[in-house]
Design a protein around this ligand. Sequence first.
Ligand SMILES: [Zn+2]
Ligand SMILES: [Zn+2]
Length: 229
Amino acid sequence: MTAEPPIRLFVAPVTPLQQNCTVVWCTKTHKAAVIDPGGDIKPVLAEIQRRGLTIEKIWVTHGHADHAGGTQALHEATGAPIEGPHADDRFWIERIPEDAKRWGIYDARSFEPTRWLTHGDTVTLGETEWQVIHCPGHTPGHVIFYHPESQFAQVGDILFRGSIGRTDFPRGNHTDLINAITTRLWPLGDVQFVCGHGPMSSFAAERAHNPFVGDRVIAQSEPNRSGPG
Ligand SMILES: [Zn+2]
Ligand SMILES: [Zn+2]
């Protein structure tokens, strides 16, 4: 008999931007967190109910409308606390309604997190404990949710299969993003991840093949450290 893993998940692409709203749950308690409820809340809620789960938390990686536009509606529907993102994304959360209109997302609203998160925080879900890792660059307040016991993370728009997040938005920073990935994510080992858009991947696969942050690319872009000085 194989042991039940401590967490399970399903992914529901939402909004015209096909953002990966991710529902994770503690298999012992059936308590669930909805990560990045960008919109289209009703079908996600129906699936949660069909699976017999209770929503305990709403987790937000960053303040972009496609990730956070349905947060307030879900909070009002469930009463679950909103944890994240980092307070540096406050300006993004405030502009959700106008951004959403431009991106074709309906009924997106601003919100006030129950708890802002910062690097090194832990958040709980049922009997599981998750680490919060602050990864600025795509947005200044972007966080990721990492479950060490199962080597799983939801990384939002930091890292994708074969790509990395855009940094051409206000207060985006390419160097910060590369540093966050290589100094805060890679040391975690081979982690399976759901990203904000597109298919799942793993840190090992991205270190081997990613054209932006693969090990060979990073080694070539770093100054020669073996030289004098
Ligand atoms: Zn984003
Ligand atoms: Zn996104």
